[in-house]
Design a protein around this ligand. Structure first.
Ligand code: FAD
Length: 457
């Protein structure tokens, strides 16, 4: 294979492109894969993630749970074969509420999750139940499914650091986090061992002949280079739309800006062995009367409004690390991706105040906020928040993208699907749910009109 030709050109070396290269080259033995990126691998969005994973997803249908179970199977396989180089854990997602109605909803949601294939529900509604907390490290031999705890004494015994008025907890178990960078580098190294070439440059044009991909033009430091290729994969993350346009395809995605903060929890407000913990109720930020009066007359008066449910956080790092990550996806305004990403300067304060509703020990930071590191990127998503993996309506062109706020956890299932589409290997039953042509189906269009929960946290 000369450096002027390729069997497959993948545009984008974020986690989507890297996982695609890995699945094609390592699992399907495809040769001649070239991975093109104008930036260092994994550096645009894939290093901004909170690195969490879950098989806790809503319907309609079981496609999302089935796809995510497959992704987690693949992640566990990779963790086992690599000696867990990417430090995958199984601490779970812990949703907490102080609202009696939501407590009842937890039970319904856990039953629904069971029906969708996320694993059995276990209800702990009396003292001394058989709830077992997750270990801090490791991912093997752990329960799946969901524990719902409504007994207050059990809540206090295991999670005494949560707000006193916490009425119920939902602990989704096939969930946790890992190092996304380590996972990405492991996949990339394995792919390169199998001959995948990494090419630095910007894809500027995709040429077609007779309605099929024929070549890709890449601008690099040495000028423009043309790679003759019969296949092109758009894995361009937040830049998926412009790359789609190179093929004359309007990929139906949009982007939201999202950020996380990290700070040193010197007071130990969040236990180091905590799961990813989410407050399931809307929140009014805590302010003193003086602050409230001042805000009411200022441009920041929105900070007195109710914020949506979902503030969440987790401890980060091992050993002596005191770092804590917090996220709150309250701003879901679609926006045109621009780089570098600009952040709302009030975000860290909003998130710490919001999180203190659930973890009261964080209030000790409110009089003097800790210095926090803010980092973020875009959730690029489809309308119903289900990713795209499969063919585009141009011969030889494919997409893997719209991985939204769950691209680290889903990259393996998305790449597994993509590689199957390209090589003609058998597809699992959930494959059509992630193809672009799902939008051509009138029944699917009708479903979209009444979709409901998109699963975004
Ligand atoms: C704050 C935040 C928290 C998140 N938390 C989680 C989480 O807990 N769990 C989880 O699973 N996911 C999470 N995500 C989502 C996850 O980070 C993304 O879904 C994922 O990184 C998207 O990967 P990607 O490869 O599609 O895009 P990217 O990582 O953006 O990669 C796209 C690549 O394409 C390249 N590219 C684009 N156009 C061209 C071109 N014309 N020529 C050459 N190269 C090009 C870009 O340079 C870039 O490197 C989070 C995201 C954010 C922002």
């Amino acid at each position: 294979m000369s450096d002027r030709t390729a069997e497959i050109v993948i545009c984008g070396a974020g986690i989507a492109g890297v996982a695609a290269a890995y699945h094609l080259a390592v699992r399907h033995g495809v040769t001649g894969v070239v991975l093109v990126d104008e930036r260092p691998p994994l550096s645009l969005t894939s290093d901004k993630s909170a690195e969490c994973y879950r098989n806790w997803w809503p319907g309609p249908g079981d496609a999302m749970v089935a796809a995510m179970n497959r992704s987690i199977d693949l992640l566990e396989e990779l963790a086992r074969e690599s000696g867990n180089v990417f430090r995958m854990n199984r601490r779970g997602y812990l949703f907490a509420t102080a609202d009696p109605e939501r407590a009842a909803q937890f039970v319904r949601a856990a039953r629904e999750a069971e029906a969708l294939g996320a694993g059995p529900m276990r209800l702990h509604d009396r003292p001394g139940g058989d709830y077992t907390p997750s270990p801090a490290e490791g991912f093997q031999a752990q329960p799946v499914g969901t524990d719902v705890i409504t007994d207050r004494s059990l809540i206090r015994r295991h999670f005494g650091w949560l707000a006193d008025d916490t009425l119920a907890l939902l602990h989704a178990r096939r969930c946790g986090w890992f190092s996304g960078q380590q996972l990405g580098m492991y996949l990339l190294e394995r792919a390169r061992d199998k001959g995948v070439r990494l090419l630095e440059g910007r894809v500027e044009r995709v040429e077609t002949a007779g309605g099929r991909v024929s070549a890709v033009q890449v601008r690099g430091s040495a000028g423009m280079r043309t790679l003759a290729t019969p296949r092109f994969v758009a894995a361009a993350g937040p830049l998926l739309r412009p790359v789609g346009r190179m093929l004359g395809v309007d990929v139906p995605v949009f982007s939201e800006r999202h950020a996380k903060i990290a700070f040193d929890d010197v007071l130990g407000a969040l236990p180091r062995d905590a799961p990813l913990t989410l407050w399931a109720d809307p929140v009014r930020l805590p302010w003193s009367d003086e602050e409230r009066a001042e805000l009411a007359g200022s441009e920041h008066r929105r900070l007195l409004d109710e914020f949506p449910a979902g503030v969440h956080g987790r401890p980060e790092g091992t050993g002596d690390s005191r770092s804590v990550l917090l996220i709150w996806t309250y701003d879901v305004e679609p926006t045109e991706p621009t780089f570098p990403v600009t952040m709302d300067p009030t975000y860290p304060e909003i998130v710490i105040r919001g999180m203190s509703r659930m973890v009261p020990a964080l209030r000790a930071y409110l009089s003097r906020l800790p210095r926090s590191f803010v980092d973020g990127g875009y959730y690029t998503k489809t309308r119903e928040n289900r990713f795209l993996s499969g063919p585009l309506p141009v011969g030889g062109a494919y997409v893997i993208g719209a991985l939204s706020g769950y691209g680290l956890m889903s990259s393996n299932t998305a790449a597994d699907l993509l590689a199957r589409h390209i090589t003609g290997a058998p597809l699992p039953p959930y494959a059509p749910a992630f193809q672009l042509d799902r939008y051509d189906d009138p029944a699917y269009q009708a479903l979209l009109e009444n979709w409901g929960d998109s699963g975004q946290l």
